[in-house]
Design a protein around this ligand. Sequence first.
Ligand code: T4K
Length: 387
Amino acid sequence: MDLEGYIEKERFAEAVYVTRPMMPAEAEYNALLSNIWKTLWLTNEAYWHQQFTEALKKYLKVSELVLFCNGTIALLIALKILDIEDGEVITTPFTFPATPHIICWNGLKPVFCDIQPGGYNLDPQKVEEAITPNTRAILPVHVYGTPCDVDAFSNLSKKYSIPVIYDSAHTFGSWYRGRSLCDYGDLSVLSFHATKLFTTAEGGALVCHNQEQSKMAYYMKNFGIADEETVVGVGINGKMNELSSAFGLASLSKVTREIQKRKLLYQLYCDQLRDCAGICTVSEPEDCDWNYAYFPVEVDKEKYGISRNELFKRLRRCNVIVRKYFYPLCNRIPYYAGRKDIPKIPTPVADKTAERVLCLPMYGDLPHEYAIKICEMIKTFPKWAEV
Ligand code: T4K
């Protein structure tokens, strides 16, 4: 059989996506919605917003948390809360474009540093080398829900008096040394987008460490309004509405089971791909109860026989909607690459990783036989050389 014949025979009849949202039980969500129909309160921090905020604080074991309409606006406001108004913010290129974009939306300059060898997160050593008198903040990302070197970043923060804001978009349900991974740094931001392990369709949250910060966050996400007649400063509309809040509230009880199901899938994928030369699976992070948010593999063309891009194409033709999270690197996006004022720091580890990484489908309801079949495809494809 040739490759065409194999794809024709084996391809999934319907798309198998990289992720699917964890939905609340429909009846449970509908029961919460009835209160909205009764009260006609749709937004502006009403009943479900308050209930959801308290439930999340309890679940994540954090004292201050503010809900947002999405993670991007929460990140935007995080820099404002810390009064970072000019200069540079050091970040990773191996992330979703939202991370550097919010630095620019704040009129600041993103400085991209490399990631750690053997991992996916910003390298604190490279960050220290990039610190200048213009550095105002460090913005690392806990990529795939795996913990950054929080000790090293905390030390840099103290040594240079620079705040650390974590992009914790992927961390919901990850616990590091017994503490929620989104609870580190000066501020930390979660995303509840539909593609995230825990979702409110669109949504996000800012984890703060004192009441002053969360009060500022409340003002800033509500046009700077403190009360009917007081506007304390410049704000934006970053509020989460009641439908999203109720959705999150009704979903919360399902998270533990979702993570258990993902863990089984993780183990299955690792078992199936263990002997597949040139396909490297992600290791479980140390000291961490991980959330298994993503399942990235790295393709070593020399050993595997075909490139990541060719594997991507073949899986896509088989209706497996894999994603190259995160390719292209943010520092290779033409806008950032073309900005003459951004220092061009080499990022060889991130460059290599972005050329090799591929995220396989990972969500609690993914049937095990689908995962096995995807692994069979991956193991079979090298039979046919890349042309
Ligand atoms: N920082 C980081 C590190 C992030 O990863 C993100 C978001 C942010 C910040 C910003 O947070 P938010 O402002 O979004 O809260 C997605 C998401 O749009 C984005 O939120 C996410 N990161 C990023 C990693 O992925 P796409 O372009 O891959 O999404 P899309 O529409 O192609 O969806 C991927 C797959 O998910 C689909 O093939 C099927 C499934 N899906 C998607 C949606 C939207 C569903 O099953 N149902 C759905 O409703 O960007």
